[in-house]
Design a binder for this molecule. Structure first.
Ligand code: CU1
Length: 532
């Protein structure tokens, strides 16, 4: 081979056309695909939410058949959790972790490709699960995302599709988690010691462990469900010696830590954004890492607070109550660390920082209603009411979704090489934050007044508050058209971003991402940089 041919042979530029994406082993391209997929799913799940709010605008049944309504309740959750939030966070992990720790790529690039491409398959199955009941596929999956038997045993073919979708999503998550843990342990640049890693990397390290620990419990639970449905077992059927409550334990052993899977990456984003716009290093970096570890461990042992009403022993409910209230300690301390990072900093309020500050306020509020829900005798009253719906939307929309928005606006200049339109970013922030609060704040009150959740109809005395909530919901949904417009506008051009696209980034966030150009070359690091 001539030198020139050899050179071409070793040219690792992007392959052309569809092959670049379908066969991609490049962490940035895979990260981009994750983010695009998540955006599509966000609009799918959001569309369902808007239809749900439209149905609830006034009492009575006007738009959808009640079983289909419940099917949408199920798939709104599954699509948002597994389709939107987790893939968006995984997209950021793919983009940022190698660049932050000075690795040339993820440790297992082909596994990375597989992790991503499993997702569209699962999404197709989830959509089919909603469609098959219209074509003689039996009863819709009207269980909500918790899939409790016996209702989930009686559901039609849509339930089997949901089970296989969950298996596929679980495999994807576990493979991605193995990849992330392996990358963080083995691929750090010389000098990038554990306690120099950006908080976002730490957040994903804990998240990946959580996923590997809890996804198998869900996989086991839904597999047993599949066997009860088709192969004559009775794991969850009391008539055959089984117990439906067993499924609840398996589900929530996964389900509670899953909430932290959704929250932790966004806490990692806060740990990156807040120092940069305060122009100060993170206050108490090491304690923050330890609190994250403590939160991860504690999150694994509090699952049955979702099941106070099943008739557990007083000792068991007391244990789960105390454990759950203890969760407020690491979370509260993290929020204080972020507030102390801002204290006497040279703060500016660009879109990512606006989101970060709003998250602290609204997430603290979700923590307060969380303590209310943790208290057993009180929860007996709130259980399965709109109070719960209001609580977890306050936890997950600011705590997970807005954290990811902060990350998108913070890293968009790095990813695309262009600055987004700051005015439009701020308009989006205020529009979406106000609409979110109009939607969900009133739901606390209908919940306390006794409005049950997961039902397409309600009594007339809840009408006023539901009208307000529905107007907020439609506004909240529409704000995302502006979000999409800002993203597309930025990708297509604008003011070029510098490598260090934010003024305070070097002081606040010492990750190696700022040592490369914006946008970074196809392969960021040919030789690993050295951290001094
Ligand atoms: Cu929980």
């Amino acid at each position: 081979m001539t030198a020139e041919a050899l050179d071409n042979h070793h040219d690792h530029g992007p392959p052309k056309g569809y092959k670049r994406w379908l066969f991609s082993t490049n962490h940035k391209d895979i990260g981009t695909m994750y983010l695009i997929f998540a955006t599509v799913m966000l609009f799918l799940g959001g569309g369902m939410a808007m239809l749900i709010r439209a149905e609830l605008f006034i009492p009575g049944l006007q738009l959808v058949e009640p079983n289909f309504y419940n099917n949408m309740v199920t798939n709104h959750a599954l699509v948002m959790i597994f389709g939107a939030i987790m893939p968006a966070a995984a997209g950021m992990a793919n983009w940022m972790i190698p660049m932050m720790i000075g690795a040339p790529d993820m440790a297992l690039p082909r596994l990375n490709n597989l992790s991503f491409w499993l997702l569209p398959m699962a999404a197709i199955m989830l959509v089919m699960a909603m469609v098959v009941p219209f074509f003689g596929g039996g009863a819709p999956v009207a269980t909500g995302w918790t899939l409790y038997p016996p209702l989930s045993v009686q559901a039609g073919m849509g339930m089997d599709l949901t089970i296989f979708a969950i298996h596929t999503l679980g495999i994807s998550s576990i493979l991605a988690s193995i990849n992330i843990i392996t990358t963080i342990i083995n691929m750090r640049a010389p000098g990038m010691t554990w306690m120099k890693m950006p908080l976002f990397v730490w957040a994903w390290f804990f998240t990946a462990f959580l996923l590997i620990l809890v996804m198998p419990a869900l996989a086991g639970g839904v597999t047993m469900l599949l066997f009860d449905r088709h192969f004559g077992t009775s794991f969850f059927d009391a008539a055959g010696g089984g117990d439906p409550v067993l499924f609840q334990h398996l589900f929530w052993f996964f389900g509670h830590p899953e909430v932290y899977v959704l929250l932790l990456p966004s806490i990692g984003v806060l740990g990156t954004v807040i120092p940069a716009f305060s122009r100060k290093p993170l206050f108490g970096y090491k304690p923050l890492v330890y609190w994250m570890g403590f939160l991860t461990a504690l999150g694994l042992v509090v699952w049955a607070h979702h099941q106070y009403t099943i008739g557990m022993s007083v000792a068991a409910t007391t244990y789960f109550m105390i454990g759950t209230i203890l969760v407020s300690i690491p979370i509260g301390l993290m929020l204080f660390n972020f507030i102390f990072t801002m204290w006497r900093g040279a703060m500016t309020f660009e879109t990512p920082m606006l989101f970060a500050i709003a998250i602290i306020l609204m997430f603290a509020f979700a923590g307060t209603t969380g303590v209310m829900l943790a208290v057993v005798p009180a929860d007996m009253q709130y259980h399965d009411t709109y109070f719960v719906v209001a609580h977890f939307h306050y936890a997950l929309i600011p705590g997970a979704l807005f954290g990811l928005y902060a990350g998108v606006f913070y890293w968009l200049p790095k990813w695309t090489g262009y600055m987004y339109d700051e005015t439009l970013g701020k308009i989006f922030f205020w529009w979406t934050t106000i609409a979110f609060n109009v939607t969900f704040f009133p739901q606390h009150f209908v919940g306390l007044a006794g409005m049950p959740r997961r039902i397409a109809d309600y009594s007339a005395q809840f009408t006023d508050i539901n009208i307000i909530s529905s107007i907020g919901g439609i506004m909240f949904g529409l704000s995302h058209l502006l979000f999409l417009y800002i993203i597309i506008k930025t990708v297509r051009g604008g003011k070029p971003a510098e490598a260090k696209s934010w003024e305070g980034a070097q002081i606040g966030t010492p990750g190696l991402e700022w040592t490369v150009a914006s946008p970074p070359p196809f392969h960021t690091f040919t030789t690993p940089p050295v951290v001094k």
